[in-house]
Design a binder for this molecule. Structure first.
Ligand code: KG4
Ligand code: ZN
Length: 343
């Protein structure tokens, strides 16, 4: 794809429990962003069932793509390139999007590019009304990852740190399950905590090595479990437990995010991934950033949780750089290229 102003990219995302397709134009315009959530399918099981996720993607991928094209006023002949998530994620789920994208690219003769889901989450901030200038530090907090990156360019990600055990979103989901709040838990804890006192119960914060940028949330999860089981003779109600837990996660994320930006002398910090839609995290990060003279950039909630517009935007940059995948593009479950990725 030659670098033009108005390249239309069809993005496809099926890494977990959302079937998503989007059409973007150039580096910063979203024409459509359709997300079919599978929550109702997985709710009875208390979490994502990989095989059911793949089957639902099979059922929904065609109508979701058709809707994304229709909303954008585009048809397959007006698209200039196809971007698809190829990992990390559930392999069976990823293969549905990947197979569809390959078929679409093959039938239309369009270039195809495989996008790393985590890079996609970071690219969500590129379409923000006030995108951060490069370089900036990105804190990615999702259901599967809690990572810090130094982002030197649209395709230039230097890994700074990550969780050593549970991801922040995973901790939200597990604590919600313990509290009998169902699935998915993050948003329920977010809402319930508004009625609770964040200071009533002080759960432990794992800051680990003060100068490092790794995270750990499993000790906090265990502390909440012990509290709930009454080992600590807890008297707080569920909203207080939710608020106390959320505050502990937010304290660590805010402190590490700000100190990572300081360590790299960056005055811009991006907060991305599903957990970045948490109201308390958004609020506390903005306050702390202001005090530290750092500008914080947080995409709108619908671009924080899984979506295909972020994949299309990342794909646009890759296609412009000639990063075109072949038809043997494969899916992968775990993060690779954890170190420095420069496109
Ligand atoms: O980025 P995402 O949609 O999918 C992954 O790539 O994992 O993130 C999903 C995670 C889930 O763990 C979900 O509970 C959490 O983000 N989440 C939240 C909120 N909304 C979603 N966590 C806390 N507060 C929220 N408002
Ligand atoms: Zn995600």
């Amino acid at each position: 794809m030659t670098k033009k102003q108005h390249d239309l990219v069809l993005g496809i995302e099926t890494s977990c429990d959302e079937t998503a397709a989007a059409v973007t134009c150039g580096a910063d315009t979203i024409l459509s962003n359709v997300v079919w959530s599978q929550i109702a399918t997985h709710r009875p099981y208390g979490g994502v069932v990989p095989e059911l996720a793949a089957r639902k993607h099979m059922e929904k991928i065609v109508p979701v793509v058709e809707e994304a094209l229709a909303v954008a006023g585009a048809d397959p002949t007006s698209i200039d390139g196809v971007a698809v998530t190829c990992g990390p994620g559930l392999v069976g789920a990823l293969l549905v999007g990947l197979s569809f994208a390959k078929a679409f690219a093959y039938a239309t003769g369009l270039p195809l590019t495989g996008v790393n889901h985590l890079h996609g989450h970071i690219a969500a901030v590129y379409v923000h009304r006030d995108p951060p200038p490069f370089p900036f530090v990105a804190l990615l907090v999702s259901g599967g990852h809690t990572n810090l990156y130094y982002v030197a360019g649209p395709m230039d990600f230097e890994h700074m740190g990550q969780t050593r055990d549970d991801a922040a979103g995973e901790a939200f989901d597990k604590v919600a399950k313990m509290l009998g709040l169902g699935y998915p838990g993050g948003i329920v804890i977010d809402q319930l905590s508004r009625q609770g006192d964040p200071d009533r119960i002080r759960f432990p914060r794992a800051f680990l090595d003060k100068t490092g940028f790794d995270f750990s949330f499993s000790g906090l999860k265990t502390a909440v479990a012990r509290y709930v089981q009454g080992e600590k003779k807890g008297t707080g109600g569920i909203p207080d437990i939710a608020a106390g837990f959320q505050e502990a996660v937010v304290d660590v994320l805010v402190q590490k995010g700000i100190s990572a930006a300081r360590a790299r002398a960056c005055h811009h910090l991006a907060l991305v991934g599903g957990v970045a839609s948490n109201h308390r995290l958004r609020e506390r990060m903005k306050e702390a950033a202001q005090e530290a003279d750092i500008a914080v950039h947080i995409p709108n909630s619908d671009l924080c949780t899984d979506n295909a517009a972020m994949i299309a935007v990342m794909g646009y940059h890759q296609l412009c750089q000639g990063d075109i995948s072949s038809m043997d593009l494969d899916a992968y479950s775990k993060t690779r290229n954890l170190q420095h990725v420069r496109g």
